[in-house]
Design a protein around this ligand. Structure first.
Ligand code: SF4
Length: 482
């Protein structure tokens, strides 16, 4: 037990964390032989069931003496989160290879997002091989891996602000609105689509701030109530993990009271980066449960949306946390981002989806990486998404198979990655239309330049050629459009 940290994990939770699953004996009276139609799979190969358990955090020098009760304490996790390179160095000490810290310091100076990483995430990283580690890639930028932004990139590439009738409320799809009650998260992801607003200002970006504010929230409710077509509200941010329990209930009650609202989703990356909050923050979980229960009585759907990207993020702690929500009847869906080096292979994506299913989380979407400033090294092509989708479909149930989408830059909304009007794999330009969102408009998306052939890379270096490639793709898309 770390001094000064109260034990909040109950014995029930600890039991579940370490519990091993014993198969029940099955007895049948039928003696006729069973003829197998295919050879059985070796149980040891079912990697999605092999979750990290035990005190895995104790391999980190600063967490050697941290016991399970302390590690599972959500307030200890929040208080001990890493926000500076100096604190990371104190924490991991000699684990990283020479030169890495300087590389990280230089990377952070150029990043559009500030850094905040929980001890849970720090413990999942293989610090002896940090350059290849999927969690390091997502949360700690290193200068040596950064690449120039795509020439067509803009900061709010999804045009969320342009589609906002009230600050922090985006109304793009006819029946759905995105409500951003706050601008902080339990972790800051390098690839955040909302890097224009989320987290602290950085050397690179001065943010648009969306702080919790009763008056701003009231104007959002007023707008939602004034639009009878709005049925579906996403409460994101920032991150619903950061909302106080009374705010969860206040927002939940206010939205449930609006007759036209039929569905609500609280969006949080929390379960992927700090799952212990679900086990030890009873007030937050109880508040969410009350909103879900009230919604159920009103026949309105209230669910949690989360954001796992790599199978390593799902551990024994996650399993216990998701089990607690499942027991309370809280449905959890997942939205991943397709990220280079994190989940851009068939094997990793398949393992992620199977593991999500294993802990009762429904894979809902996989987003082709948005065009976000400062993270060109993380993006993949539309072709990669289509290839992975083809291979994962059929590996598990259809309801556990996500749709791979491109969130069309310029405000076209989510489009099935296959549904392009035109796609030139050589120039990397794909063009989407969104007839039910913005009829008649076309939305180009751009694969990363560094993954194209040498000739096309030279064309992207010339502004006139850039325009020619875009114009060509748009005119071919127009000719094809129905
Ligand atoms: S948790 Fe979500 S909103 Fe927060 S930084 Fe990460 S991607 Fe952005």
């Amino acid at each position: 037990m770390v001094r000064g940290v109260a034990s909040r994990a109950t014995s029930w939770e600890r039991r579940r964390f370490f519990m091993s699953t014993q198969p029940l004996p099955i007895v049948s009276n039928d003696v006729s032989p069973i003829v197998p139609k295919k050879p059985p799979v070796d149980a040891a190969s079912l990697a999605h069931k092999n979750l990290r358990r035990g005190p895995f955090w104790q391999k980190i020098p600063a967490y050697k003496a941290v016991d399970e009760a302390s590690f599972l304490d959500h307030s200890w996790q929040a208080k001990s989160s890493i926000t500076k390179v100096s604190k990371l160095v104190e924490t991991i000490q000699e684990l990283v290879p020479k030169g890495f810290v300087e590389d990280l310091e230089a990377g952070m100076k150029r990043a559009p997002m500030s850094v905040r990483v929980s001890p849970y995430l720090v413990s999942l990283i293989d610090w002896e091989h940090p350059y290849e580690d999927p969690e390091r890639i997502q949360f700690f930028p290193v200068a040596s891996r950064l690449l120039p932004d795509h020439p067509k990139l803009g900061l709010d590439s999804l045009h969320e602000q342009a589609d906002a009738p009230v600050p922090g409320l985006t109304h793009r799809y006819t029946d759905k609105a995105l409500f951003l009650p706050l601008d902080t998260c339990p972790v800051y992801c390098r690839f955040c689509t909302r890097s224009y607003a989320i987290g602290l200002d950085t050397d690179e970006v001065e943010k648009v701030h969306l702080r919790p504010n009763d008056e701003r929230w009231r104007r959002a409710y007023q707008y939602i109530a004034s639009r009878p077509e709005l049925e579906d509200i996403v409460i994101s941010g920032g991150d619903a993990y950061q909302l106080r329990p009374q705010h969860i209930e206040e927002i939940g009650e206010a939205l449930l009271a609006i007759p036209n609202v039929r569905r609500m989703r609280f969006a949080t990356k929390g379960p992927a980066v700090m799952p212990m909050k679900i086990l030890t923050d009873d007030a937050w979980v109880d508040a969410l449960t009350r909103v879900v229960d009230k919604g159920r009585k009103l026949h309105k759907d209230v669910v949690l949306h989360t954001h796992f990207n790599n199978p390593n993020e799902i551990t024994g702690v996650t399993e216990a946390a998701m089990g607690r929500l499942f027991e309370r009847g809280i449905m959890v869906r997942n939205q991943s981002v397709l990220i280079r080096g994190v989940n851009d292979s068939v094997e990793t994506m398949t393992l992620l989806l199977k593991r999500l299913g294993h802990v009762n989380v429904h894979p809902y979407y996989v987003y082709v990486h948005d065009m976000v400033q400062g993270v060109e090294d993380l993006r993949t092509s539309v072709d990669t998404a289509i290839h992975i989708e083809k291979h994962v479909r059929g590996t598990t149930a259809g309801f556990n198979t996500p749709t791979f989408v491109v969130d069309a830059p310029g405000g076209g909304g989510k489009r099935d990655a296959h549904s392009y009007e035109y796609y030139d794999r050589d120039t990397g330009v794909s063009v989407y239309s969104a007839p039910s969102v913005k009829p008649g408009q076309l939305f180009p998306y751009f694969d990363p330049v560094h993954q194209l052939g040498a000739h096309q890379q030279r064309r992207w270096a010339d502004p006139r050629e850039q325009q020619a490639m875009v114009d060509d793709a748009l005119s071919k898309a127009r000719a094809h459009m129905r």
